[in-house]
Design a protein around this ligand. Sequence first.
Ligand SMILES: [Zn+2]
Length: 112
Amino acid sequence: MPVPQRPARPHPGKPEPRLGDASLEGHVITYRCGVCHRTVHFLPSDLAQVFGPNLPALDPILRCSKCGQYEYIDVRLWFPGLSHHGSLIVRRPTEVIRTQKWRNEVLGDRWP
Ligand SMILES: [Zn+2]
C-alpha cells in the first residue's frame, strides 16, 4: 500500500500557501496519484475560482480522476519555465453541468 506523501504538519517557519497566493505568483499545481501514478496539472487561478482562494494549495481538493483515490495524492507547487509554455497540458474547468435528482414521494405530501 502506498504511503501518503504529505507531511502531517507544515514547516513552522513557512506559512502554508493558499490557492489565491499561488495564483498571484504564477505557480502550477501538480497532482500525482500514488496509487495509479496519474499526473495532472492545474492552474491555481482555476482552482481558486471554483473552490475559493483561501484553501491551502497543497491539500488535495480533487480525487484522482482515474482511480478515485484521495488519500495518496501528492500535491506540488512549481513555477513553469519558458519551455513549458506551449507544451504543458493543464486541466481547466469547462461548462458546469447541473444534475436534477429524483425521488419517489407519496402524492399529497408536498405541494405542488
Ligand atoms: Zn489514481
